[in-house]
Design a protein around this ligand. Structure first.
Ligand code: AOS
Ligand code: ZN
Ligand code: ZN
Ligand code: ZN
Length: 426
C-alpha cells in the first residue's frame, strides 16, 4: 500500500476553499500581532517526528492483547505503514528501530524502501529488558546493573551490536532504556546497581562512533515496583555526564510521577546542553502511552513553550531526536499516530505564537497576570489552519484522518495482509 501525491491532492480539493478562508483569517490576525506567519508554517513543515517500529500494531497490557486487522508483520510492512502516515501528515519522516524485534534481513532493500518513502533512520533502541532466544545469561535481575559480570558483558555487547546495526542504516543515536531495578526493599544495593550501570554505559559509550549520541532514558517505576536504577532525570544526567559529551538525557512524557513539572525539567536540561531526545505520549496515571495531547494538552503546550525557548536560546543543546512512544489498545494504530502527530504540531504551533520579548518584559515587571495572558492567548488560538497550510505546502493531506478513511487505507491493508495478522513487538 503506497499513497501517491495525486490521490492526496484530489482528496484535498473538497476542503481547499474553506481552508483558504480559515488560513487567511488566521494569517491576518497573527500578522497584525506582529508574527511572521510564513516562518511559523515553515518551522512546522521542518518538524519531523520518528515513529517507533513497535507502534504500528495494536499494543496490549499484561491482561491481553487484541490484534488489529491488517497489522504489519515484517519491518518492510512497518516502513510501508510509516510511509502512509508520512504521505498524509508530512511530519513522520523517520523511523526508530527496536533491536532485536526489527533487525533488517536485507539492509539495502530496507534502505531503498525507506528512501523511496522519504523516511530516515533515527535513534536505534536496544533491548536488555527481555531474554532473547538462545541467550546465555538472563536479565531477570537486571542487565547493565547486574551484579554478575557475565550478564553485564552480554548486555554491553548487545548495545554495541545495536550501534553496529544502526550504523549500517544511517542512524546517529542509541537510546538506552533499562528495566533494571528491584521489586522489594533490600533486594538490591542501590550504590552497586548505579555504579555497575555507569561502568557498563561507559563501556558502550567507548564503542559509540564520533558523530553519534547516546540517549539515556529514565522512568520511575515499571516493570520494577520498588526501585528503578535510572529513575529520574537526575540519575540520567549523572550517568550521561559520567560518560561524556555525546551522552544526553532522554525525556519520555509518561515517565514521571503524577504532577511532575516536566516543562521545568526540559528547560534546565537544555540550559545545561544535555537534552538529547524526547518520547511523546500522554498519560493519566503512569506510563500509559496514550495518544499525545489526549489528556493534558495544556501541559504539552507548556513543555513546547520551553522547547521553543531552548531551540532559540540554547545553542549549547543539540537538535533533539523526537519520537512518539505510544501504544494503541483500542484504536487503529495508524489513526492514533496521526492524531498524536497533529497534537504535537498543534502544541508546537501554539508555542511559536508566544511573543518571547513581551513575555520577558512582563516577567521583568513582575506582571504575573500579563505573563499568564500571553501564554493563554497563544494556547487559546485555533492554529489548525497553520498545520493544514504546512501539510498542503509539503504535499500532505488537509485532514489526514479524513483522507486516511476516504482512501480506505485499513481495508487495503487487510486485503494485502489478511485479517489475522500479528505485529512483532510490545
Ligand atoms: C519504556 O517504558 C520506554 O518508554 C521505552 O522508550 C520504550 O517504550 C521501550 O524501550 C520499547 O523499546
Ligand atoms: Zn520511551
Ligand atoms: Zn515508557
Ligand atoms: Zn510510555
Amino acid at each position: 500500500m503506497k499513497l501517491n501525491k495525486t490521490q492526496i491532492h484530489d482528496i484535498n480539493q473538497k476542503d481547499l476553499k474553506s481552508h483558504e478562508s480559515d488560513f487567511n483569517y488566521l494569517s491576518d490576525k497573527l500578522t497584525n500581532k506582529g508574527l511572521d506567519v510564513n516562518s511559523i508554517v515553515s518551522k512546522l513543515k521542518d518538524f519531523q517526528v520518528a515513529i517507533p517500529s513497535w507502534a504500528l500494531g495494536a499494543g496490549g497490557t499484561r491482561f491481553g492483547r487484541f490484534s488489529f486487522y491488517g497489522e504489519p508483520s515484517s519491518l518492510e510492512q512497518k516502513i510501508d505503514d510509516i510511509g502512509v502516515i508520512h504521505a498524509l501528515t508530512q511530519t513522520a519522516g523517520a523511523v526508530s528501530l527496536h533491536i532485536p524485534w526489527d533487525i533488517p534481513s536485507d539492509y539495502n532493500a530496507i534502505k531503498e524502501k525507506a528512501d523511496a518513502l522519504n523516511i530516515k533512520f533515527d535513534a536505534v533502541n536496544s533491548n536488555t529488558f527481555q531474554d532473547q532466544k538462545g541467550a546465555q545469561e538472563t536479565y531477570k535481575y537486571g542487565s547493565l546493573s547486574n551484579t554478575s559480570k557475565a550478564v553485564r558483558e552480554q548486555a554491553i555487547q548487545h548495545n554495541l551490536d545495536v550501534i553496529n546495526i544502526g550504523n549500517k542504516l544511517g542512524s546517529k543515536a542509541l537510546t538506552v532504556w533499562l528495566a533494571d531495578g528491584s521489586c522489594f526493599p533490600g533486594q538490591n544495593n542501590f550504590q552497586t546497581a548505579f555504579q555497575n550501570t555507569q561502568d557498563s554505559l561507559i563501556d558502550i559509550y567507548k564503542g559509540l562512533p564520533d558523530d553519534w549520541k547516546m540517549l539515556v532514558e529514565y522512568k520511575p517505576y515499571e516493570p520494577n515496583f520498588y526501585s528503578t536504577v535510572i529513575q529520574d532525570w537526575g540519575a540520567s544526567l549523572m550517568l550521561a555526564n559520567g560518560c561524556g559529551d555525546k551522552a544526553y538525557t532522554l525525556v519520555d512524557l509518561g515517565h514521571h510521577l503524577p504532577n511532575s513539572n516536566i516543562e521545568q525539567i526540559v528547560s534546565i536540561l537544555q540550559l545545561k546542553g544535555k537534552l538529547g531526545g524526547f518520547h511523546f505520549n500522554d498519560s493519566k496515571y503512569g506510563d500509559d502511552d496514550l495518544t499525545v495531547g489526549s489528556i493534558k494538552p495544556y501541559a504539552l503546550f507548556l513543555i513546547f513553550n520551553e522547547l521553543v525557548y531552548g531551540m532559540e536560546n540554547n545553542p549549547q543543546n543539540p537538535d533533539l531526536a523526537w519520537m512518539i512512544d505510544a501504544s494503541h489498545n483500542v484504536k487503529d494504530p495508524l489513526e492514533d499516530l496521526i492524531q498524536s502527530l497533529e497534537a504535537i504540531q498543534e502544541a508546537y504551533a501554539k508555542a511559536l505564537l508566544i511573543n518571547q520579548a513581551d513575555l520577558k518584559a512582563a516577567q521583568l515587571h513582575h506582571d504575573v497576570v500579563k505573563c499568564q495572558e500571553i501564554l493563554q492567548d497563544a494556547y487559546r488560538t485555533d492554529v489548525r489552519a497553520l498545520l493544514q497550510q504546512a501539510r498542503l505546502d509539503a504535499g500532505g493531506a488537509l485532514s489526514p484522518i479524513n483522507a486516511y478513511r476516504n482512501l480506505n487505507v485499513r481495508n487495503e491493508l487487510i486485503t494485502e495482509r489478511g485479517k489475522n495478522t500479528v505485529a512483532t513487538g510490545l
